[in-house]
Write a protein that binds this ligand. Structure first.
Ligand code: ATP
Ligand code: MG
Length: 311
């Protein structure tokens, strides 16, 4: 008889993973824990995410679904670059660290590997991912599954255009819902962390199955300052003059100019600022707050132009 014992995680190669799963790793994980700390959001967001995820392991397995119909799904929505994926990965590690004793795993799903132009194939691939690949992972112990860009898997069936196989996508959404119900009933140690930039594109039947839907907003001026400060400090470990910028009072001016930009753009601002002049590119220690302010203004103009283009 064929052995069903899975290989140790460090021996799992990505090409050996089933279709639709891009990685499996043991939790907690130091790199992911650092991600959790690196995201600046109001404390309430992290606290609620963590409490909901912990309840999945303390409450859900012990109370009948007829009493508390938990599905083990948390959805993070918000504009691009606000830290949703980082928070989801960091949350997985933080929950595992809190729930001492159990061997948690993080399974990352790549939804794009499942969509196919051939009629009926997407539905089958999605069905297999949940009913076989994820279920097999879940029997190994507490499992957290990252469903990034979930709108591609659970597309709103009422909004489908008639292009590109709407029937197939419709059925794929049906398959996700059926499988979520089945897994929720059979695997209470399974937790899905889903993210999306397009909450309106997600099927409402999926959203209604979520135990928590949390909005991750764009950083405000205070958070923008904190992100810039943290980033300058880290770069300053290699380029000492940059650490001094982090502690300057004038960083407030840069933060004001950067208010409304997303976290990804804020981190990139430092590189963009260095790329404004040949001198700073040759010697990053020459970076000034004026460079950063100019980069912030450029980013605001690009953002306004992109918005205008989408209207
Ligand atoms: N609030 C934040 N605080 C600190 N850094 C942030 C924040 N938001 C985003 N970042 C940084 O921006 C980068 C992108 O973050 P991430 O991929 O988690 O965003 P996302 O919301 O998932 O984006 P997308 O919607 O485009 O997938 C990361 O390097 C992250 O550290
Ligand atoms: Mg993301």
């Amino acid at each position: 008889m064929k052995s069903t014992t899975p290989p140790p995680l460090h021996l799992v190669q990505s090409q050996d993973l089933p279709r639709g799963i891009s990685s499996v790793r043991a939790l907690p994980d130091a790199e992911l824990a650092a991600l959790w700390d690196s995201i600046v959001v109001e404390d309430g967001i992290k606290e609620r995410l963590l409490a909901q995820a912990v309840l999945n392991y303390t409450l859900r397995p012990k109370v009948a679904r007829s009493v508390l119909p938990m599905h083990g799904v948390i959805l993070l929505v918000g504009p691009p670059g606000t830290g949703k994926t980082s928070l989801a990965k960091g949350l997985a590690s933080t929950v595992a660290a809190l729930m001492k004793g159990a061997k948690f795993r993080l399974v990352e799903v790549d939804p794009h590997a499942l969509t196919s132009s051939a009629m009926g194939k997407t539905q089958r691939a999605v069905g297999e991912l949940f009913s076989q690949s994820i279920a097999e992972q879940a029997v190994n112990g507490p499992t957290i599954v990252l469903l990034d860009e979930v709108e591609t898997l659970a597309a709103d069936r009422t909004r489908m255009s008639l292009e590109a196989n709407p029937v197939d996508i419709h059925r794929a959404t049906d398959a996700v819902l059926v499988q979520l119900d089945a897994l929720a009933a059979s695997h209470p140690q399974l937790l899905f962390l889903a993210t999306s930039n397009f909450p309106l594109a997600i099927d409402q039947a999926f959203t209604s199955r979520c135990d928590l839907v949390i909005e991750v907003p764009l950083p405000g001026a205070q958070a923008a300052r904190q992100i810039l400060h943290q980033c300058l400090r880290s770069v300053g470990e290699t380029f000492p003059s940059i650490a001094k910028l982090a502690d300057s009072r004038d960083l407030d001016r840069v933060a004001e100019a950067a208010a409304g930009l997303d976290g990804r753009t804020l981190r990139k601002l430092i590189v963009n600022a260095m790329a404004l002049r040949k001198e700073t590119a040759l010697d990053p220690n020459k970076l000034t707050l004026a460079d950063l302010e100019a980069a912030a203004r450029n980013a605001q103009s690009s953002r306004a132009a992109a918005k205008g283009g989408h209207q």
